[in-house]
Design a protein around this ligand. Sequence first.
Ligand code: F6R
Length: 263
Amino acid sequence: MEIVICEDAAEIGRIAASKIIDLVRRKPTAAIGLATGSSPLGIYAELAHAVARGELDMSRAHGFALDEYVGIELEHPQSYYSVIHREVVERLSMDPARVHVPDGRAADLHSACEAYEEAIEQAGGVDLQIVGIGSNGHIGFNEPTSSFGSRTRVKALAPQTRADNARFFDSLDQVPTLCLTQGLGTIMDAREVVLVAQGEHKADAIAAAVEGPMAAVMPASVLQGHRYATVIIDEAAASKLQYTEYYRHAWNTKPERAVSAAV
Ligand code: F6R
């Protein structure tokens, strides 16, 4: 994994967004895996600026959300359908028909999960998957002990995740208990994965995911086996890593960086 330690959330947003901008310029129909939550908001803000300045056209790109709550109304402001349409589709002028969110209202949730996997396949797979990380190490809603081979499926949210996400709802009781989430195997099929995290409360999970053993109890550690995964974090989230000096050295001396900076 490549580890990039940034000064602040704005720099995280800029570096992660530049990967997406490069990709979509090369491949206008690229499929982007979309995370919700606080962590990717800086990326979407950067992309929105690029679209507003006429430097980026996302209208032919595809989008696939990582997850959705089960049983929540589509119109609920915290359904991931609403969040993705508000934060991503509208701001980036994407084509709503090309942006997909798992159907947490389906009568047959298992078929909805299979249909989601098929939709990803039909789009040619995900080119770049954005992920955040839960304080318990989840990516998507693959809670600790999720199989590294898992596909899109129904999962029970961990108590820690419900407590962390209660800030988006009026009370803990309102946080759904079930979700549909891309599996770890689904995420690992993406051609590139970019994990973003900010804040001290993510430091333990980042240290375990990056430098701990690959283990199902730490779902994000699966990314150690991905051939092209980048972890872009702030100083606080990096504060429990052992090898920060090496990560900074590797980033500062990266040949491709020197090339793109020179262009
Ligand atoms: C959201 C998702 C989750 C979040 C994670 C971090 O689609 O899949 O894994 O990325 O819970 O959430 P924030 O960014 O709000 O701290």
